[in-house]
Design a protein around this ligand. Structure first.
Ligand SMILES: *[C@@H]1O[C@H](CO)[C@@H](O)[C@H](O)[C@H]1NC(C)=O
Length: 234
């Protein structure tokens, strides 16, 4: 019985490794033009921030070239921060297949300022290795403390780039799925929706291993199984 279980778990590992290995079969590169908007406007005006080149999406190594902020830009950024407004970037990604796509990402300007321009860029790939998102995050904080940041600290971006691989196949729209779960949770908390799935649907993940175990143990012990069969026949 132990042997069969070991075999089962090895089999699962194999499937898993196979999935990971099939990721990014064709390695590619991506060049990202980064622009930012330092003034809160209804139609933001984007100015150059720098370029990122990722030579191998598989390895995820990036070369980052960014302009230091000018005096005027520093003042704009600090204004955004003191008014609790958003700092926005626009990333234009040119991929190895020649396709071009643009992504917007925003953070609270005060977080970027308090982090002294130390930010992270997450480049998300789908399972085929296509860039499907470029997200700016400030890893070192989750809120603004209202600290005073001298302009001299707003000079150079120190950006780390992370390439995030997806190891799952095509998925339904994740955000709408999360929204749906949230709505269901709220509804359940308000007691509106009864969980009316059948017992089998609710507990299949517990039932299936038990069934497998029973099958395995009856295979390992045919006499007992035959005995049980006789008992049931009576
Ligand atoms: C980014 O690339 C563009 C186009 O190749 C170039 O004009 C610009 O100077 C580059 N910027 C930096 C900061 O390297």
């Amino acid at each position: 019985m132990l042997k069969i279980l070991t075999f089962l778990s090895c089999f699962l590992c194999m499937i898993n490794n196979f999935c990971l290995a099939s990721n990014l079969e064709h390695d590619g590169w991506a060049n990202i033009k980064l622009e930012h908007s330092l003034v809160a406007l209804e139609n933001p005006i984007f100015t150059e921030r720098g370029n990122i080149s990722i030579q191998s999406l598989r390895l995820g190594q990036a070369i980052v070239k960014q302009n230091p902020l000018t005096e005027e830009e520093k003042i704009h950024l600090r204004d955004l921060a003191t008014k609790n407004q958003f700092y926005q970037i626009r990333s234009t990604v040119v991929a190895s297949d020649g396709s071009e796509s643009k992504f917007l990402s925003t953070v609270k300007a005060c977080m970027l300022a308090e982090a002294e321009l130390d930010d992270r860029l997450l480049v998300s790939l789908d399972y085929t290795g296509r860039v499907i998102g470029v997200t700016l995050i400030i890893a070192s904080r989750s809120t603004c403390e209202g600290a005073f940041v001298p302009l001299s600290k707003l000079k150079e971006f120190t950006t780390s780039v992370y390439v995030r691989h997806s190891d799952v196949g095509p998925t339904p729209n994740t955000q709408s799925y999360i929204d749906k779960l949230e709505r269901e949770k709220e509804a359940r908390e308000r007691g509106e929706v009864k969980d009316n799935r059948s017992i089998l649907a609710k507990y299949w993940m517990y039932i299936v291993p038990v069934v497998i175990l029973l099958m395995v143990s009856s295979m390992a012990n045919p006499e007992a199984a035959a005995g049980n069969g006789g008992g049931a026949g009576r």
